[in-house]
Design a protein around this ligand. Structure first.
Ligand code: ZN
Length: 179
């Protein structure tokens, strides 16, 4: 397995609409294992393929004891009720802000072997799934901020991260240090 470099805001792949997966082969399964390892090392609760530079419809989730891969995921139902909570993103380090989303969703996706499954999700894991599917459509959570707010927080973020490379690679030593 391998830890993959994570692309940050400004990298064009984060704005690409990811292409559907049609081949469920060992290459895909290895890539998904690498995504899990990358997410775990970065201490994330979700990771989309765009974030590691691959515009394919693949994401992994580990939130509230639910750990799964989603291939070609889509939301087939969502609650009318919404809730707001702070989100962050491995592709916009150090930035957090509130996003309103449906409280619960029904996810339909394929697993790493191409088997279709459905899951009813609520709370943090439902939020994580919606955040990751957004990535596959080139959407980032700051897009939900009002234009004025987005402009001001992103201006500050860009100033603080000026000259940073467009990718970062999570390191196991640093994740251990957090514990
Ligand atoms: Zn994200």
């Amino acid at each position: 397995m391998a830890i993959l470099p994570i692309h940050v805001f400004g990298s064009p792949v984060l704005r690409e609409e990811a292409a559907p997966v049609t081949e469920f082969d060992d290459e895909l399964r290895t890539f998904i294992a690498d995504m899990f390892e990358t997410m775990d090392t970065a201490l994330g609760i979700g990771l989309a393929a765009n974030q590691v530079g691959v515009a394919r419809r693949i994401a992994v989730i580990d939130a509230e004891e639910q750990r799964f891969a989603m291939v070609n995921p889509r939301i087939v139902e969502k609650s009318r009720t919404t809730g707001s909570a702070d989100e962050g993103c491995l592709s916009i380090p150090d930035l957090y802000g509130p996003v309103s989303r449906p409280d619960s969703v029904v996810l339909e996706a394929q697993d790493e072997n191409g088997e279709t499954y459905r899951k009813e999700l609520t709370g943090l894991v439902a939020r994580a799934v919606q955040h990751e599917i957004d990535h596959l459509d080139g959407i980032m959570f700051v897009d939900y901020f009002s234009p004025l707010k987005r402009q001001s927080v992103m201006r500050r973020w860009k100033r603080e991260h000026e000259g940073d490379p467009l990718t970062w690679t999570p390191s196991p030593e640093e994740s251990e240090a957090v514990d």
